[in-house]
Design a protein around this ligand. Structure first.
Ligand SMILES: Cc1cc2nc3c(=O)[nH]c(=O)nc-3n(C[C@H](O)[C@H](O)[C@H](O)COP(=O)(O)OP(=O)(O)OC[C@H]3O[C@@H](n4cnc5c(N)ncnc54)[C@H](O)[C@@H]3O)c2cc1C
Ligand code: FES
Length: 270
């Protein structure tokens, strides 16, 4: 399939600071930008100079006919550049990138687990499949270090139930999101049908150690360090379980969404 993935110049329509470090950007959808699916991402050029050289990947948090929504946490030079841009300025992006996406058969209940900006693709998933009347009851479990870093204010309407955990106990469950997941599961409070996760690899690994085998499907969107973003450099590969020769998949071009159980977590060196 020969799709135009840009580069596009996307005009920033608005920028809202939603935590001390995180911003929500609404971009005007560039003409020719093809329909995005939940789990896909855009790759943004950082400034006009060659430093930093690499584009940076960001999940699409929503896509409407006229706009694209991104969530950007300021963690270094690339993200600082993006959040310093002002409304009416542009961002140079390519996308939508990624070939696999979060999917659910019609009418199924779902549990979503996210840490940090892993919230973005899960919000898109919930919005997209709710619009198409595919999701039944949904539970969103979200963890942050402290109450000020909770981003759930922007998505409470998107889920039937929202459960928050903070490491310092300043709001909700005291502890990490996986601990909260395990406690809720033990109480029988979560429907064990479809599980969607996105966050640091350590979070997803811990989620699996706690036991997610009762779920019909556990789909996870992986956040690996990327260079080219389009499958050329093999810098973002992840090993899959295999009984024969090792099998690797590029997260950017053959992900970002995988069945969590297919990944060879033991041998994945991030
Ligand atoms: C598929 C995908 C979706 C993502 N979605 C979001 C999102 O919605 N919102 C958000 O704020 N962040 C998201 N990230 C992470 C984001 O890309 C990094 O935080 C960003 O690239 C950091 O760049 P920097 O120059 O600001 O910081 P740096 O100083 O370069 O790095 C800070 C941290 O980011 C990691 N990082 C650096 N470069 C990359 C890269 N090219 N790809 C991945 N990680 C990198 C480094 O390992 C380091 O831990 C996503 C990453 C991936 C792979
Ligand atoms: S980042 Fe180059 S192959 Fe994925």
């Amino acid at each position: 399939m020969n799709m135009n993935r840009g580069p596009f110049q996307a005009v920033i329509e608005s920028k809202e600071q939603i935590s001390p470090s995180t911003y929500m950007l609404t971009l005007q959808k560039p003409e020719g930008f093809v329909e995005a699916m939940p789990g896909q991402f855009v790759s943004i050029k950082i400034g006009d100079s060659t430093s930093p050289l690499l584009r940076r990947p960001f999940s699409i948090m929503d896509s409407t006919p006229g706009s694209l929504l991104l969530l950007v946490k300021d963690v270094g030079p690339g993200t600082s550049y993006i959040v310093s841009r002002k409304p009416s300025q542009t961002l140079d992006l390519i996308g939508p990138l990624g070939e696999t996406y979060f999917d659910i058969p019609s009418g199924e209940d779902a549990v979503f687990v996210a840490g940090g900006t892993g919230l973005a693709p899960l919000v898109f998933t919930a919005r997209k499949w709710a619009k198409d009347h595919r999701i039944g009851i949904s539970h969103f479990l979200y963890g942050a270090s402290t109450e000020r870093e909770l981003l759930t204010g922007i998505c409470r309407e998107d889920f039937t139930y929202v459960h928050v955990a903070t490491l310092d106990g300043s709001e909700g469950f005291e502890g990490d999101v996986v601990k909260m997941f395990n406690v809720l599961r033990e109480k029988g409070a979560l429907p064990e049908r479809y599980l969607f996760s996105c966050g640091p690899a350590g979070m997803v690994k811990k989620l699996m150690e706690g036991g997610t085998e009762n779920f019909k499907s556990h789909q996870t969107s992986l956040e690996t360090v990327m260079a080219c973003g389009v499958g050329a450099c093999r810098g973002c590969v992840v090993p899959l379980k295999s009984s024969g020769a090792p099998v690797y998949r590029a997260v950017c071009s053959e992900g970002t969404v995988f069945e969590a159980d297919d990944i060879d977590w033991e041998n994945w060196r991030e």
